[in-house]
Design a protein around this ligand. Structure first.
Ligand SMILES: Cc1cc2nc3c(=O)[nH]c(=O)nc-3n(C[C@H](O)[C@H](O)[C@H](O)COP(=O)(O)OP(=O)(O)OC[C@H]3O[C@@H](n4cnc5c(N)ncnc54)[C@H](O)[C@@H]3O)c2cc1C
Length: 392
């Protein structure tokens, strides 16, 4: 069977769904956009993660990128709806003295970007969250963060895309097996069900994006799976109401990894607490980080350590039954920035991948920047730091 499309998007995770939504809303209605996923929608990392919408103020560029995206989530919730979105804010918890040193740094970063946050002492923290350990010295509360349920958000983005354009086609269960390249440009996308003739495609395949890049003859994309073990408690057992993370998470999870992601047997792994109370009263507990290839089996020892650490902050978790544990693979990009834009040496090949632990937060801005570049219009924020050509 041969089909045609103006644009083929490969990967039905949060990034591919957002790309499809923004293409459908920005390009003319007769643009035929086909989304392919070899499994179900949200069957990859976007179905095995947490949903913290996190504003990262490390640099003005990071702030503009992430804060715009988190605002876009709010707009999507108002305009498209159909998914859980809670603008809860986030509490950054301190434990040791060196954690307290991070508070003024983070506060200055938010304020330097014209934003605000509040530093709470131990008493104020207890008043706000009585389920936390009584001896915690304090926290920083940032009101701008939120939480979504990523799987429903994927569905909502695709419903929004279909509402915007009758020419959006969604094909789960359709794996890409290769590309047709003619005269130095993309001419088609091959699947087991046949070829789709197209002059433009988007590789939004998360941790599998290097595999697809190689199929198209690109050098290996520098994106590596970074495993995260998660656990969730039974309904109505969460001891806390606000989304929480230990402030040392910033040291652990931001910036480049201190281990070589290609040496998958050398990373002992680490963890930093992130607690997300759910609307059904369960508590999602994360998370660990470890490079060990595409291995999605649980690391019980690392998970156990991370659960004990979570209990240090919220002692009530010790009595909350864990009903499910699982592992997701973050698409870690070597320079910690996603790849968003055209591949410079193959006309028609676009990439949107490599968001590590922030892909849910950054999905709207990623889809918007990619669609704006494809449409040839000005981008909402500076898109140049994310251009894929930088890896060459
Ligand atoms: C433990 C954990 C916690 C996290 N917590 C957060 C958080 O709180 N906040 C946040 O912002 N981010 C978080 N993340 C990060 C976030 O989940 C990811 O960055 C994001 O889900 C990546 O989305 P994606 O669309 O790029 O990839 P995926 O969701 O993996 O989608 C890629 C899709 O490509 C498809 N595919 C692969 N190969 C092919 C092929 N040959 N043909 C067709 N389709 C193909 C796959 O089936 C898959 O569905 C977390 C991640 C983990 C693991």
């Amino acid at each position: 069977m041969t089909d045609t499309a103006d644009i083929v998007v490969i990967g039905g995770g949060i990034i591919g769904c957002s790309v499809v939504y923004h293409l459908a809303t920005l390009l003319p209605r007769d643009t035929r956009i086909v989304l392919l996923d070899r499994g179900p929608i949200a069957g990859g990392t976007s179905g095995s993660c947490m949903g913290h919408l996190m504003v990262t103020p490390d640099t003005p560029q990071d702030y503009a990128f992430s804060a715009t995206s988190v605002r876009l989530w709010q707009q999507l919730h108002e305009q498209v709806g159909g998914f859980e979105h809670n603008p809860t804010g986030a509490l950054y918890l301190a434990d040791a003295a060196e954690d307290l040193e991070l508070m003024p740094i983070l506060k200055r970063q938010f304020e330097a970007n014209g934003d605000r946050c509040d530093v709470l002492d131990g008493k104020q923290l207890q008043d706000l969250e009585p389920g936390l350990a009584a001896d915690l010295p304090g926290a920083l509360y940032y009101p701008g963060d939120g939480v979504v349920l990523p799987m429903f958000a994927c569905g909502a983005l695709l419903r929004g895309a279909r509402a915007a354009s009758p020419n959006v086609v969604i094909r789960p269960g359709t794996g890409v097996t290769g590309f047709d390249i003619q005269g130095g440009r993309v001419a088609g996308v091959r699947t087991a069900a046949g070829v789709i003739q197209t002059r433009r495609c988007v590789n939004a395949a998360g941790v599998w994006s290097p595999e697809l890049g190689t199929m198209a003859g690109l050098p290996r994309l520098p994106i590596y799976p970074r495993a995260g073990n998660l656990a969730i408690t039974a309904h109505h057992t969460t001891p806390v109401r606000t989304q929480l993370l230990e402030i040392s998470y910033l040291r652990f999870a931001h910036g480049a990894a201190t281990v070589d992601p290609t040496k998958t047997d050398e990373d002992p792994g680490g963890h930093a607490v992130n607690l997300q109370p759910q609307s059904n009263g369960s508590c999602l507990i994360g998370s660990t980080r470890q490079f060990r290839g595409m291995d999605r089996t649980l690391n019980p020892e690392l998970l156990h350590r991370s659960l004990l650490r979570a209990q240090r902050y919220a002692p009530g978790l010790a009595a909350a039954p864990i009903v499910r544990t699982w592992v997701g693979l973050r698409p870690y990009s070597l320079d910690k920035h996603p790849l968003i834009g055209p591949w410079p040496h193959l006309d028609g090949m676009w990439i949107a991948a490599g968001h590590e632990g922030l892909g849910i937060s950054l999905a709207p801005i990623t889809g918007l920047l990619l669609a704006q570049q494809m449409a040839g219009v000005a981008t909402a924020v500076d898109h140049t730091p994310y251009l894929p050509g930088r890896i060459l």
